[in-house]
Structures are given as structure tokens and as C-alpha cells.
Design a protein around this ligand. Structure first.
Ligand code: 3LM
Length: 405
């Protein structure tokens, strides 16, 4: 593959390690915990870093390595480290760059467990955290202190789809010598490459679109060779949030169709968002693909398209909201996103329950928000499912038969 190949070609070929023994087209799965040394000296040399080669799967594995090189190529970054989960990636990126006494600035609204890690865990180890409105340049700058080391965000934000200005944030980080970390899970490198805006580290929950088939939990951190070596040799080696080679193999398979899946997720979500916006029972729709959305101006500049996640609010109280969700038939009631199947969930009681209600409201995540991950089914069927359920709101139907099959 040529270095300047298009991103959809890279999704299939980048980082490919040729199987010289058998010529296997598919990536061989090295499902092994350990690797045999030719002799004691070779083992010692590998441990000392004086000879290349694998030692033990917690420290590296050929299947995993191929995944790391492929995602790094897609993000346009030098290297990557694959992890056991997306939270493993968030933890690795933060723990490798923060020590007791350091200060971290994060967007107020982030994925619930990322918030919990920063607010409830890192603080136990003497890391100070300030949560800010990441769209407010003055507020970010005012939060910077002598000991500030890292700035953390995701865009679009899970779950309210607020879009943040990567160029503005990348510039602030450069000016103040902060390490910027962006969680790119919602858009993937197919739609957004944060490095183009000066961001230092990009992380993913590979559980989501990168794998795309709902059968893996995994994560990945991308950065410079120096940063990734630092992450691998400090945090990942000793904490052990290493990906299983089998999961790496499944994600490599999923990545081959990532560009075409993203195209379909986006076109389906655009149709669904437009439909929702026109429904009388829907009071608000949050999707950057809509001209009415504050993040719409970033499309074509920072992000190529708006992705497959939509948040919205409907008329009625909590009971009508639950009844609406319970009536869905094609949609599965489940957290996670980026799968072939359409999913629906309630952030306040599910993905963002690690926040207190006060913290959540302050972060702009309302109790009535409903989040959907628009799948790869036919858009008309997805819209029909929403339509059936929306049209029954307010018809004293809280005991409508629920069919989850
Ligand atoms: C969810 N999100 O449904 P894992 N970063 C982002 C994420 O959305 C997530 C992670 C990191 C959801 C998971 S909630 C129990 C289910 C932007 C996960 C963490 O560790 O692979 O789950 O990734 O929003």
C-alpha cells in the first residue's frame, strides 16, 4: 500500500504484516500468552530492549501490533497502544501523564465513567481536576494553573452531542504546553482526525464503531512514538489493561468495513434526525447534521459528517419517556453505540449515572435526554419504529404490550 493511499484503502491494508510462512490473507491470530526464546541470552536481550521480538502478550503481541499500526495510520499518528477497554485507554492516557500534585482540565460533559475516573479516582491519588465548559475559551484559560498538565475532552460530547472547537483547544494547549487528549469514539478517524488540529493524544473506545459488531470491549490510545512507548512501558505494562489478541483480531476484521459503515450510519442518522425534528411530540433534537445545531458549522471543516448518534427530548413526564422507550421493537434498549443494531438508552439513569443529578445538569445533560445509536438497518424501518412509539405518547398507554423479541 502506498503511503498516500486513501483512508478507505488504509482501513483494509495499513499495518499489514505479511505472513511469510503460509501467505494467509486474513491476519493470523496469535492466541498465545507467551513467546519462546531461542536461548536464555535472547530472553535477557528482549527484556533489556536490546533485541526486537515478542516476550509475553501483556507486553505485546503480533495480532495486537497490527491493530495498533492500522489505527495509528488511520488517525495519521505515529503509533498506538491497544487496551482491554475504552476506559483502559482513557486511564492509560491520563495515568501516564499525571502524577500527584498535577492539575487536569476536563470538559464538564464527558462519558460517565471518564467523569468518574477523573472526579472520583484520580483525585484519590492527589491529582487536581477542574471541569469547565470546553466551548468557553476564557473559562479554559482562566482554569490553567502552574501545575496544569493535561486537557481532556470528547467531541461530539457523549451524550448531548455538543461539538467542541478542536483548533481553539489545540492552540490553547500548545500555548500553555499542556498535553491535549481527545476521545474520538463518536466520529472515528474516518470523519475526524484531531491531530490535524494540533491534538497530542487520541483515544477510542474500540468497543464502538472501530469494531462495529457489538462483540468486543476494547480501546486504543494514539500518539507520538515517544508517548506511546512511555504509555506502554509505564502504565500498560504494570497495570495490565492489555487487549486480548482475539479481540484485536475481531477489531481488525471490523475496521475493513469502517468507512462504508460510517457512511451508512451517517446517512441513516441524518434521515432519522430530520424526521425527529419534524415530529410534534419531539421538543428538541441534538444532531450536528441539522442546520439548527450549534455544531453544524464544524461540518466539512473539523468533522466530515455528524456520525450515527442522536440525542433528543420528548413531551411528557418520566413515565411517558419510559413507556416510549419500552415500546421500541426494532431498537434494543441497551447502552453502547456504533453497532449494526439500533440502540436506545436514557443517559441520566444509565451511561451518565456516575454524575450526581446536580453535576449532570450543570454539565448540560438533562434528565429527559434520550440517546439513540442509529444502526445499519434500513432507515425507513428505523423511522417506523420511532414513529410507532412516538405516536402513542399521551394515549394512556403506559401499559402497552412490550415486545423485545
Ligand atoms: C456508552 N460508552 O454507551 P468502554 N469513551 C466514550 C464512550 O462512549 C465510552 C468509553 C470511552 C458507553 C458504554 S455505558 C456502561 C456503555 C466516548 C463508553 C468507554 O470501556 O469500551 O466501554 O469505553 O456511552
Amino acid at each position: 500500500m502506498k503511503k498516500n493511499a486513501h483512508i478507505d484503502t488504509k482501513a483494509i491494508h495499513a499495518g499489514r504484516i505479511n505472513d511469510e510462512q503460509f501467505g494467509s490473507l486474513a491476519t493470523p491470530l496469535y492466541q498465545t500468552s507467551t513467546f519462546i526464546f531461542d536461548n536464555a541470552e535472547q530472553g535477557a536481550d528482549r527484556f533489556a530492549g536490546e533485541q526486537e521480538g515478542f516476550i509475553y502478550t501483556r507486553l505485546g503481541n503480533p495480532t495486537t501490533r497490527q491493530l495498533e499500526q492500522r489505527v495509528a495510520a488511520l488517525e495519521g499518528m505515529e503509533d498506538a497502544a491497544a487496551t482491554a477497554t475504552g476506559m483502559g485507554a482513557v486511564s492509560a492516557a491520563l495515568l501516564a501523564n499525571l502524577s500527584a500534585g498535577d492539575h487536569l482540565i476536563s470538559s464538564k460533559a464527558v462519558y460517565g465513567c471518564s467523569y468518574a475516573l477523573m472526579a472520583h479516582q484520580l483525585t484519590r491519588f492527589g491529582v487536581e481536576v477542574t471541569f469547565v465548559d470546553m466551548n468557553n475559551e476564557a473559562e479554559i484559560v482562566a482554569a490553567i494553573k502552574e501545575n496544569t498538565k493535561v486537557i481532556f475532552l470528547e467531541t461530539p460530547i457523549n451524550p448531548n452531542l455538543v461539538v467542541l472547537d478542536l483548533e481553539m483547544i489545540g492552540n490553547i494547549a500548545k500555548q500553555h504546553q499542556l498535553i491535549s487528549i481527545v476521545d474520538n469514539t463518536f466520529l472515528t478517524p474516518i470523519l475526524q482526525r484531531p491531530i490535524e488540529f494540533g491534538i497530542d493524544i487520541v483515544i477510542h473506545s474500540a468497543t464502538k464503531y472501530l469494531n462495529g459488531h457489538g462483540d468486543v470491549v476494547a480501546g486504543i490510545v494514539c500518539g507520538t512514538t515517544e508517548m506511546i512507548t512511555h504509555i506502554k512501558l509505564t502504565v500498560l505494562k504494570d497495570i495490565g489493561a492489555t487487549i486480548s489478541p482475539h479481540d484485536a483480531w475481531l477489531i481488525l476484521r471490523g475496521l475493513k468495513t469502517l468507512p462504508i459503515r460510517m457512511e451508512r450510519h451517517c446517512s441513516n442518522a441524518q434521515k432519522v434526525a430530520e424526521y425527529l425534528e419534524g415530529h410534534p411530540m419531539v421538543t428538541a433534537v441534538y444532531y450536528p447534521g441539522l442546520a439548527s445545531h450549534s455544531g453544524h458549522k464544524f461540518i466539512g471543516k473539523q468533522m466530515q459528517a455528524a456520525g450515527g448518534v442522536i440525542a433528543f427530548e420528548i413531551k411528557g413526564d418520566i413515565h411517558q419517556g419510559s413507556a416510549f422507550i419500552n415500546r421500541m421493537q426494532l431498537f434494543s434498549i441497551a447502552v453502547s453505540l456504533g453497532d449494526a443494531e439500533s440502540l436506545i438508552q436514557h443517559p441520566a439513569s444509565m451511561t451518565h449515572s456516575p454524575y450526581s443529578q446536580e453535576e449532570r445538569l450543570d454539565a448540560g445533560i438533562s434528565d429527559s435526554l434520550i440517546r439513540i445509536s442509529v444502526g445499519l438497518e434500513n432507515a425507513d424501518d428505523i423511522i417506523n419504529d420511532l414513529d410507532n412509539s412516538l405516536n402513542l405518547i399521551g394515549h394512556n398507554n403506559t401499559d402497552t404490550v412490550v415486545n423485545f423479541s
